[in-house]
Design a protein around this ligand. Structure first.
Ligand SMILES: [Zn+2]
Length: 101
């Protein structure tokens, strides 16, 4: 596959998700489950690139990605880092935000 070609995905904009998502994470915007990106508002291009990296991670690891992600967050937290910001899968997704299409 050509570098930068997004995997098949679908964005679902669900405004009612804003409040429940914010309970877990302040400034929460979107969550990606498999090829489905659930967001409470439309995504800017760089925000979409972030979520598409999560689509890629799901494609790489399959359903086991959910457990891998949680383990990575637990390890970060146990090591004194931030469970979300320092999760390696989030670090990779933030790096993807600046990648040109
Ligand atoms: Zn993310």
């Amino acid at each position: 596959m050509k570098q930068g070609t997004p995997l098949p995905h679908r964005v679902h904009v669900l405004p009612w998700l804003r409040r429940p998502g914010s309970v877990m994470l302040r400034n929460w915007l979107a969550i990606t489950i498999g090829r489905h990106i659930l967001a409470w508002r439309d995504l800017e291009p760089r925000e979409l690139r972030h979520e598409l990296e999560h689509v890629r991670q799901w494609a790489e690891f399959g359903p086991a990605f959910a457990a891998r992600y949680l383990r990575a967050s637990f390890r970060a937290w146990r090591g004194g880092a931030r469970w979300y910001h320092d999760n390696p899968y989030e670090v990779a997704a933030r790096a993807a935000e600046d990648r040109p299409d």
